[in-house]
Structure formats: structure tokens, C-alpha cells
Design a protein around this ligand. Structure first.
Ligand code: ARG
Length: 470
């Protein structure tokens, strides 16, 4: 297929050429064509055509013999496409007309009957839904693989202590398993959003024809059933025009990638010399061409970066759809590249994470030491004082003074002596050291959604049950 505008000296005849008196401008031919990218939906297009032709034969618009010839031709064409032998022609504009023309070339005049009672408008609306449904199912599988790996890692790290952060400052100790399960919660909601999108997408627009329906005695419920759709769409004008299902998918993608970018960012931070909380296997990292010591976390960095393009695709589709009058407009041809790239990027990023996350190694000693450094049990000391009858706001002040003193002494709270602590409150007793330990602090947060190791294990169990029910 040539993109050289000057090469089409002899214009190819168009399937819609009847009312035209001059050939299409060579540049316009290239400008309006979609075959360079929509051929990705070829198998779905053939699937849709097979269902349409079969229904037409069942209602008597095609004879059984015509249907069989069309079906055999379409199967042969599917083989040609799979083998990479299909002669795609830019002059035939899009995938639909390429396949139809090829069918007629292969089986003769019967091929010209395939387009009875349909339009490229309902055809393309059907193809995109079928194509996207396939990608959604692949994405759901990959998302499940990532979540399973994450939950297993969380189970192993249920009692591993690390600092929890707010404002990226040490706040309170948490368990690493608990942190990983926070990621899993985000992904669980993404999974539910994806299934929700699939549910609304899974209606058949076939039969809406160009915009108003068709005068042939078609059976829309039959083609819907043959294509695995839940039902036909309701309104023909809406069926050929709206791409809200693609926008919903892109919104899902943008949120998922936003979540992965947050996890990616944390992996990058944790793998740095400054945090040194984790080791990423070499196979997920790359080196520097100039600095021999470097081991760069490219994979999580790239996932973080690819979020930009996926967020952009959402805006592209929203803007594409905005203000379009009913029904089909050629604008909608622009829906495909952002949608395809979103699906590709989401699948790649999920694959990267699903492969990488279960194999990261937690540097438990470093995590523990960091948790011990940041006065992470200060809230526990305040809660201890409250349990002994002091009002929380007063307890907050007492602990604040203790922290200031500890900073001056270059010590952590647990390293101060009882006498030193009692300078700030005589209510403090020997038993204070039980709550100043990191283990005591995490174990005390023992309720649903809390960071206590036994709660993390119970949450892993619930997450596994949800995943297994898919
Ligand atoms: N290539 C077109 C698209 O992707 C197919 C539908 C064209 N319909 C039309 N009436 N020009 O939207």
C-alpha cells in the first residue's frame, strides 16, 4: 500500500462511485482513509458479516446457497488476513470496503449482496464493540494476574514493618502487606469499573443501518445472539453515533494507569539509595551508558510515564464526541487510534507489573530501621496518655514536647529513659515502652482495614475470595 499521493495516476473505482463524475483527489483519498489502522478489526468485521449474512439467509433475504458462498469466501479472507497475505488497498478507504471488494473478487457477484440491509455505520459500530470486548477480556485476565501476585506478596509481607507516610513524611508504622493491599483495593475498583463498562458495551448496533434502520425484515435479536451481545441497542440514531462505550473504556484506562503510576512512583522511590526498601530484579531494570554503577527502574518509570498518553486519549475521545450532531459523522473515524493505543498500553503496563511485582524483594531490615527513625509511634504515645485519662489535645502537646526533646538528644522516643519521658508527664509509666515499639503499634490497629498483621492476613483472604469468584 503506497502513501505517495502522486502514484495513483489511474484512479481505482469506488464502491460508492455511482454518482461521482471525477476521481477522488489523491491526497483526499489518503486523508479520508482509515484502512491503515482499522484493519486491526478485520476478524471482528468478518465475524459481524458472517452473523449478518446468516440472519439474512434465515429471513429469506439471501438464499442458503448465497449465504454459504459468502460464508466460505469470508472464511478464506480471514485466512488470508491471518497469513498476512491480504492485499489492502488505500483506494478502498477502509477495512469494510476492502473486505467486501475482496469477497466479490473471490466469489463473484454474490459478494455484492452482503451489504444488503446494513451500512458501514452500524458495521463499524459493531466492529469496535466486538474488538473492544475482546481486549476488555484480555485486560481483565492480566489485571487478575497482577492482583493475585499482589495478594500473595501481601500475605508473605503481612508482618513486615515499614514507615507509613503522609506528606511523604514518616507518619505511623504500617505493615508492607497492608501497603500492598492498598494498591490491590485500587485495582479491585478498576476491575469492577472494567466489568461495568463491558456490560454497557455489550449491545448490538447491527441493524441500525445508516441511521434509521432498514426496510428488510431483519432480526436484530438474532445477530445480537450470534455475536454474543446481550441484546440489540434500542435506538438506531444513537446506535451508529455514540462512542460513549469507548470513552468509558478510556476513562477506566486513565484511572487504572493513574493507579499504576502511583505504585510505579513508590517502586521508584523505594528502589533508590535514599529509601533502599526494595530490590527490583535486574531483568526489570536497565543500566546507564555513562555511569557504571547505575541500575535504573525503567519499567515502573515507563508505566508512570505512559499514564500521560492514556490520559490524553480520554480527552481526545471526549473532545471528538463533543457537540457532534446525530447521527454518524466522519469525525468518529478518529475514535480508533486513541482507543487502540489505550488498550495496547494498558495491556503492556499490566503485563509489566504482573511480571515484576511478585518478584520484588523487600529489604525488611531497612524498612524496619526507617520506621524506627521517624518518631512513627508518637501517636501511640498520645493514645497511651489518653487511655490514662489525659485529654487528647493535652496528650498531643506532651508528645510534641517529648519529640522536640528527643530530636535535640538525637534519639528516638523508645530510646529515651523513663525519667526523661516523665519530664513531660508524670502519668507516663514503665509500661509505656510496650506502646513505643513498632510491633506493638501495628498490632494495636486491629480492626477491619487496619494494619495489624492478622488483619492483613484476613484482608488477603477476602481479596482472594473476590478474585476467585470472577
Ligand atoms: N471508516 C469509517 C469509520 O471508521 C467507517 C464508517 C464510514 N461511514 C461512512 N458513512 N462514511 O468510522
Amino acid at each position: 500500500m503506497s502513501n505517495d499521493d502522486s502514484s495513483s495516476a489511474k484512479p481505482a473505482p469506488k464502491l460508492w462511485g455511482g454518482r461521482f463524475t471525477e476521481a477522488t483527489d489523491a491526497f483526499v483519498e489518503r486523508f479520508t482513509a482509515s484502512v491503515t489502522f482499522d484493519q486491526r478489526m478485520a476478524l471482528e468485521d468478518i465475524q459481524g458479516s458472517l452473523a449478518h449474512a446468516r440472519m439474512l439467509s434465515e429471513v429469506g433475504v439471501l438464499t442458503t446457497d448465497e449465504y454459504q458462498r459468502i460464508a466460505a469466501g469470508l472464511h478464506d479472507i480471514a485466512g488470508e488476513i491471518a497469513a498476512g497475505d491480504f492485499p489492502w488497498e488505500l483506494a478502498l478507504e477502509d477495512l469494510h470496503m476492502n473486505i467486501e471488494a475482496r469477497l466479490t473478487e473471490r466469489i463473484g457477484a454474490t459478494g455484492k449482496k452482503l451489504h444488503t440491509g446494513r451500512s458501514r455505520n452500524d458495521q463499524v459500530a459493531t466492529d469496535i464493540r466486538l474488538w473492544l470486548r475482546g481486549r476488555i477480556d484480555e485486560i481483565a485476565e492480566e489485571l487478575t494476574r497482577l492482583q493475585s501476585g499482589l495478594v500473595e506478596l501481601a500475605q508473605r509481607e503481612a508482618a513486615t514493618i515499614m514507615p507509613g507516610f503522609t506528606h511523604l513524611q514518616s507518619a505511623q508504622p504500617v505493615t508492607f502487606g497492608h501497603h500492598l493491599l492498598a494498591w490491590n483495593e485500587m485495582l479491585q475498583r478498576d476491575y469492577e469499573r472494567l466489568q461495568d463498562c463491558r456490560k454497557r458495551l455489550n449491545r448490538s448496533p447491527l441493524g441500525a443501518a445508516a441511521l434509521a434502520g432498514t426496510s428488510y425484515p431483519i432480526k436484530r435479536a438474532r445477530t445480537a445472539e450470534l455475536l454474543g451481545f446481550d441484546a440489540p441497542t434500542e435506538n438506531s440514531l444513537d446506535s451508529v453515533s455514540d462512542r460513549d462505550f469507548a470513552i468509558e473504556f478510556c476513562a477506566f484506562s486513565a484511572l487504572l494507569l493513574t493507579h499504576l503510576s502511583r505504585a510505579g512512583e513508590e517502586l521508584v522511590l523505594w528502589a533508590s539509595n535514599q529509601f533502599d526498601f526494595i530490590d527490583l530484579p535486574d531483568r526489570f531494570c536497565t543500566g546507564s551508558s555513562i555511569m557504571p554503577q547505575k541500575k535504573n527502574p525503567d519499567v515502573p518509570e515507563l508505566v508512570r510515564g505512559k499514564t500521560g498518553r492514556v490520559n490524553g486519549h480520554l480527552i481526545a475521545l471526549l473532545t471528538l464526541m463533543k457537540s457532534q450532531p446525530l447521527a454518524y459523522n466522519k469525525d468518529n473515524q478518529e475514535d480508533k487510534e486513541p482507543l487502540f493505543d489505550s488498550a495496547d498500553t494498558v495491556l503492556d503496563c499490566l503485563r509489566a507489573f504482573a511480571d515484576m511485582v511478585p518478584s520484588l524483594r523487600a529489604k525488611k531490615e531497612n524498612m524496619l530501621a526507617a520506621a524506627a527513625r521517624g518518631f512513627a509511634t508518637a501517636t501511640d504515645l498520645a493514645d497511651y496518655l489518653v487511655r490514662k485519662g489525659i485529654a487528647f489535645r493535652d496528650a498531643h502537646e506532651i508528645v510534641g514536647q517529648s519529640v522536640a526533646f528527643a530530636i535535640a538528644q538525637q534519639k528516638d522516643l523508645a530510646e529515651l529513659s523513663l525519667a526523661q519521658l516523665q519530664q513531660f508527664s508524670t502519668t507516663i509509666d514503665e509500661d509505656v515502652f510496650d506502646v513505643l515499639t513498632l510491633e506493638g503499634s501495628v498490632a494495636a490497629r486491629d480492626h477491619i482495614g487496619g494494619t495489624a498483621p492478622n488483619q492483613v492476613r484476613a484482608a488477603c483472604e477476602r481479596a482472594r475470595t473476590l478474585i476467585a469468584a470472577r
